[in-house]
Design a protein around this ligand. Structure first.
Ligand SMILES: [Zn+2]
Length: 436
């Protein structure tokens, strides 16, 4: 079959099934699938794959084997389901042979609702207003799951024979690291010549993502000297743990300012002007005393991101040095140095070479629907694509429709662009796998 004919047929299939597409997305939004309770939503996806006639498989990671993975994060919630109750769902669509194989993946889990009073739309109703679809997961990433599933459905519905094998995966636990999710699938044999991650982003199809940032988390434990503040004077050498913590916060901020000038990464610089998303960012300081007692200790909790090309050890070294400089400035801290504890949550950065075929073909697929070449850049945070890029030989890239308020209130998805995104995904699949 001629590729242009194949594209036309999938496009009309997608246009004719607009209601089914948004209907499925809204049904998924109505099912809560916060990380660790993904079971019910996964059963819906499994049923949809079976309706398409795909052989499906449930992949449950082996907790012990996963624990050995360098990016495993021991995440526990009081309401969490066992891994068996919330498997990764995989469907296989074998090709006719002679083409490249592709894994289509996206994550079904979402973050919880943090501030319900800030939502002006019901987070589980999938309300529509001015071309935007609202709800938890409307963008991140139920939209990605449906984007992949509907591209696959359109190809099958329009009877397009693909040469390469397609593997579809709806995965769990992306929001807390992804090891029991896509990494468990990879360990279980989910592989291909390429991998595609369906995921909306605030820049939509104006951006093609071939990289992700690394993330480090850490706590700085600052020792204190509990005493009565009534006897505390500024030149007293023991100082106050919260005040020392404040110095460390400012030192981390200064490190961020300085890194912004010094650290560059072409692929991020071209979109963001400079790699602005790589500064350490303090999330919390925790230390308590009383009106009449200075704190015993104070803990600064922070996160740092860094681009592909930088090494985790070097970034850790810079953070340690910044804390060390504060400590060196004071006799009490020199004797009672602050201690850094690196967190479980860590993401490695990754990048696909720009010259790779998967980049050229996905770029072309997007351009044919937007009319202009997307900026080839990276996801401004950690991402599941790193598991393919860093632990296998399979290059993984991502694009999606415009979405906003990820993890926040009134999360939404641009509906018109979403349909084009599904068309572009199908076009990319055809050019990668081959039509025959
Ligand atoms: Zn996501």
């Amino acid at each position: 079959m001629d590729i242009n004919e194949a594209r036309k047929r999938t496009e009309s299939y997608i246009d004719d099934h607009r209601d089914d597409i948004f209907g499925l997305l809204r049904r998924l939004i109505a099912i809560k699938s916060f990380t660790t309770i993904e079971g019910e939503a996964q059963r819906l996806i499994e049923a949809e794959l079976q309706k398409l006639g795909l052989a499906t498989r449930r992949i449950v990671g082996n907790r012990e084997a996963l624990r050995a993975h360098p990016e495993y994060n021991c995440y526990e919630m009081p309401y969490m389901q066992a891994l068996e109750e919330r498997p990764n769902i995989v469907g296989n669509a074998p090709g006719s042979g002679g083409g490249r194989s592709l894994v289509l993946f996206a994550h079904i889990d979402t973050v919880p609702i943090f501030a319900p009073e800030k939502w002006t739309h019901d987070p589980f109703a999938g309300g529509i207003e001015n071309g935007r679809l609202y709800g938890r997961g409307a963008a991140d990433d139920k939209a990605g799951v449906v984007q992949n599933l509907m591209a696959l459905t359109a190809l099958r519905g329009a009877r397009i024979p693909l040469r390469g094998d397609l593997t579809f995966a709806s995965t769990i636990e992306e929001e807390v690291g992804g090891v029991p999710g896509i990494m468990a699938c990879i360990l279980d044999g989910v592989q291909g010549d390429g991998a595609f991650y369906g995921h909306p982003i605030d820049t939509g199809m104006r951006q093609l993502n071939i990289a992700n940032l690394g993330i480090l988390t850490f706590d700085v434990h600052v020792p204190g000297f509990p005493t009565s503040p009534l006897f505390y004077v500024m030149d007293r050498e023991e100082g106050n743990a919260i005040e020392w913590a404040a110095e460390i916060v400012l030192a981390l901020r200064q490190l961020g300012v300085e890194r912004r000038k010094r650290v560059s990464c072409d692929i991020y610089d071209r979109l963001y002007g400079n790699a602005t998303c790589i500064c350490p960012s303090v999330a919390r300081i925790k230390g308590s005393g009383y009106y009449l007692a200075t704190p015993e200790a104070c803990v600064v909790t922070a996160t740092a991101q860094y681009p592909p090309g930088e090494r985790e050890e070097d970034v850790k070294q810079e953070i340690s040095a910044a804390v060390e400089r504060v400590a060196q400035g004071d006799p009490w801290l020199r004797r009672n140095p602050p201690r850094i504890v690196w967190g479980d949550i860590r993401f490695t950065p990754s990048q696909v070479p720009e010259t790779d075929d998967i980049v050229t073909l996905s770029k072309r697929a997007i351009e044919s629907y937007t009319g202009s070449a997307p900026i080839v850049s990276g996801i401004p945070t950690g991402s599941d694509i790193r598991f393919f890029n860093n632990y296998t030989k399979t290059p993984a890239i991502s694009f999606g429709a415009t979405g906003a308020n990820f993890h926040g209130a009134d999360e939404w998805l641009d509906m018109e662009e979403y349909l084009s995104t599904i068309k572009a995904t199908a076009a990319f699949i055809m050019s990668w796998c081959g039509v025959g």
